[in-house]
Design a protein around this ligand. Structure first.
Ligand code: AMP
Length: 117
C-alpha cells in the first residue's frame, strides 16, 4: 500500500499540530515553517499531486481553498494578505507525495521562484 508522512498524520499515527479537521480535510502547522503562519491543508483522500487530480476531485480541492480562507480569517492574517502555494512534482519542489496547499502569512513574503543554479 502506498504510504507517506501525511497519510500517517491523517491516520493519527504520528502527531501534528492540527488547526482544522473535518471528514474530508485536515490542516496542521508545518513542522519547518518558512513564515510566521505556515499551515498545510490536505485532503484525506489520497491524491498524489495536482498532476494526478481527477475531475471528480474539483469540489474537494475547491474546499481546500475555502478552508484556507477560513483559517486565514481565524488567525487574523486575512486583512493583510497571505500566500497560497501548491508545489507539483520534482521541478515544483514537491517533497511529500500527497497533495497539500501551503497557507503562508504573518509577514510580507518575498518572491523566490528563480531556477535553481
Ligand atoms: P512540499 O515541499 O511542498 O512538498 O512541502 C512539504 C512540507 O511538509 C514541508 O514544508 C515540510 O516542512 C512539511 N512537513 C514534512 N513533514 C511534516 C510533519 N511531520 N509535520 C508537519 N509538516 C511536515
Amino acid at each position: 500500500m502506498e504510504d507517506n508522512i501525511f497519510l500517517k498524520i491523517i491516520r493519527k499515527e504520528i502527531p501534528a499540530d492540527i488547526v482544522y479537521e473535518d471528514e474530508e480535510i485536515l490542516a496542521f502547522r508545518d513542522i519547518h515553517p518558512i513564515a510566521p503562519v505556515h499551515i498545510l491543508i490536505i485532503p484525506k483522500k489520497s491524491i498524489e499531486s495536482i498532476a494526478r487530480m481527477e475531475t471528480e476531485d474539483v469540489p474537494l480541492i475547491g474546499k481546500m481553498f475555502l478552508v484556507a480562507r477560513g483559517i486565514a480569517r481565524d488567525l487574523n492574517i486575512s486583512e493583510k494578505g497571505y500566500k497560497l502555494l501548491i508545489r507539483v512534482g520534482k521541478d515544483g519542489g514537491q517533497e511529500v507525495p500527497h497533495l497539500h496547499l501551503h497557507l503562508l502569512g504573518g509577514a510580507r513574503l518575498s518572491e523566490n521562484i528563480h531556477p535553481v543554479k
